[in-house]
Design a protein around this ligand. Structure first.
Ligand SMILES: Cc1cc2nc3c(=O)[nH]c(=O)nc-3n(C[C@H](O)[C@H](O)[C@H](O)COP(=O)(O)O)c2cc1C
Length: 366
C-alpha cells in the first residue's frame, strides 16, 4: 500500500493528512487539539461557548444585558486561556481554531484567535465572507472555509479574490450524509447522491484546478473513521481528511469521561437526526433528550435564552427546539441523558479509550 502524503495548508505542513475537526462545546479544547498536533496532524480548538463554565461567567447573573456582555467577554478570555494551554502542550504543533460564522461574537473570536498565535482558522456554519478582512494584519494565518457544495466554494473564491485579493488556503468539504454535528443540508435532501463526498469532492477539485492558479487543498470531512475510509477520501482527490467522531473516545478529548464512554459504547444504529435552533439538522446519538426534542417537546421557562449567542435562533425567537448552548454544555459535562451528544455515522469504531497517538497510528498505518 502506498504511503500517505503529508498535508500542507498555507505555510504549515504536517506529516499526516489528518485534521481533527473542531467540536463544541469543549469536546475539542486544548487537550485534544494539542494531542492531535503532537501526533502529526492539525489540532483544532472549537471556540463555541468556551465561556460557559469558565471562571469568567456566571449564568445566574440577573441583569440580561450584563449577562450577555459578560458571556461574550468570557468566551474571549476562555479562548485565550485555551490557546495558551494548547501552545504549552504542543509548542511546535500546528494548531487551529474553529469559529462558526453563525455565532454573534464571530468577529471578536476571530480577532482574538489570530492575535494569540493560532496557525489556522476554520470557519463554517455560514459563508465566512469577511474572514480575510478580520485577519488582514496576520497574513500568515491560514484561512479554511468549511462548505458542503461547489457553489459555496465558488462564491467564496470570487468574493475573496475581488474584495481582498486573497484565496482560501484550503476548503473543508463536510459531507452532510455522514458528518457529526450541524449539517449543511436539509433533511429532505440528505439522500440525494449529488450532495455526498463522492460527487462534491471530485467536482470541487476539478473546479479549483480549472479556475484557480495556486493549488488549494480540499479536505474531506464526515464518516472518516479508519484506514479504509481515509484512503477512500484521498482516492476521490482530497488532500486530507477532517475527523471528529473518531477522536472522541480518546484520553485527551476534553469532554467528561461519561461523554467519551457514551461514544465508546454507541453503535451506528444509535445515530439520529435532530433539528437544531439554527434551522439545520444535526447528527447525534439517541438519548432521552433527543427523543424529547424529536417528539416536539420544548424546554420549560427556566431554560430561557440567556446569552443571545446566535445570529439566527429558533429557540430565542420562536421558542422552538431548544437552547443549544445549554444542551451541548450539559452533554460535555457528563449529562449524556439530558444533553446533546453530536456524532458522525462512523461512530462505534473504537474498542476502548486510547491515547490520540494510537488512533493516529491506526489511521495512517501502511
Ligand atoms: C461532538 C461534535 C461537535 C462538533 N462541533 C462542531 C463545531 O463546533 N463547529 C464545526 O464547524 N463543526 C463541528 N463539528 C463537526 C466536526 O468538526 C467534523 O467536521 C465532523 O465531526 C466530521 O465528521 P465525523 O464526525 O464523521 O468525523 C462537530 C462534530 C461533533 C461530532
Amino acid at each position: 500500500m502506498q504511503s500517505l502524503p503529508t498535508l500542507t495548508i498555507g505555510q504549515y505542513t504536517v506529516p499526516h493528512p489528518v485534521v481533527q475537526g473542531g467540536m463544541g462545546i469543549r469536546v475539542s479544547g486544548a487537550g485534544l487539539a494539542a494531542a492531535v498536533a503532537n501526533a502529526g496532524g492539525i489540532g483544532i480548538i472549537s471556540a463555541v461557548g468556551l465561556g460557559m463554565n469558565s471562571p469568567y461567567f456566571d449564568i445566574e447573573e440577573k441583569n440580561p444585558k450584563t449577562r450577555q456582555t459578560r458571556f461574550f467577554e468570557a468566551n474571549r478570555l476562555a479562548l485565550i486561556d485555551e490557546l495558551k494551554k494548547a501552545r504549552d502542550l504542543s509548542p511546535e504543533g500546528v494548531l487551529g481554531v474553529n469559529i462558526m460564522v453563525a455565532a454573534r461574537d464571530y468577529e471578536r473570536l476571530v480577532k482574538t484567535a489570530v492575535d494569540h498565535g493560532v496557525n489556522l482558522i476554520f470557519s463554517g456554519a455560514g459563508l465566512p465572507l469577511t474572514l480575510p478582512a478580520l485577519t488582514a494584519h496576520r497574513p500568515e494565518v491560514a484561512l479554511v472555509p468549511i462548505i458542503s457544495s461547489v457553489r459555496a466554494a465558488q462564491v467564496i473564491c470570487k468574493k475573496w479574490q475581488r474584495q481582498f485579493n486573497r484565496l482560501p488556503d484550503a476548503f473543508v468539504v463536510e459531507n452532510p450524509q455522514a458528518a457529526g454535528g450541524h449539517l449543511g443540508a436539509k433533511v429532505e435532501d440528505l439522500n440525494d447522491p449529488a450532495i455526498g463526498s463522492e460527487a462534491v469532492i471530485p467536482a470541487l477539485v476539478q473546479y479549483l484546478a480549472e479556475n484557480v492558479e495556486a493549488p488549494i487543498p480540499v479536505i474531506a470531512a464526515g464518516g472518516v473513521c479508519d484506514r479504509a475510509t481515509l484512503r477512500q477520501a484521498l482516492a476521490l482527490g482530497a488532500s486530507g481528511v477532517q475527523i471528529g467522531t473518531r477522536f472522541i473516545p480518546t484520553d485527551e478529548c476534553d469532554a467528561d469521561q461519561r461523554y467519551k464512554d457514551f461514544h465508546l459504547n454507541a453503535k451506528p444504529e444509535d445515530i439520529v437526526l435532530v433539528p437544531s435552533p439554527v434551522g439545520l439538522p444535526g447528527r447525534a446519538l439517541q438519548n432521552p433528550f433527543v427523543n424529547r426534542v424529536n417528539a416536539g417537546e420544548v424546554p420549560g421557562a427556566k431554560d430561557q435564552c440567556f446569552a443571545n449567542c446566535l445570529q439566527v435562533c429558533k429557540f430565542r425567537d420562536r421558542r422552538e427546539t431548544f437552547c443549544i448552548l445549554r444542551a451541548l454544555d450539559r452533554a460535555c459535562r457528563g449529562d449524556v441523558e439530558n444533553g446533546l451528544v453530536f456524532a458522525g455515522s462512523g461512530v462505534g469504531q473504537a474498542q476502548q479509550i486510547t491515547p490520540v497517538a494510537a488512533v493516529m497510528a491506526e489511521l495512517v498505518a501502511q
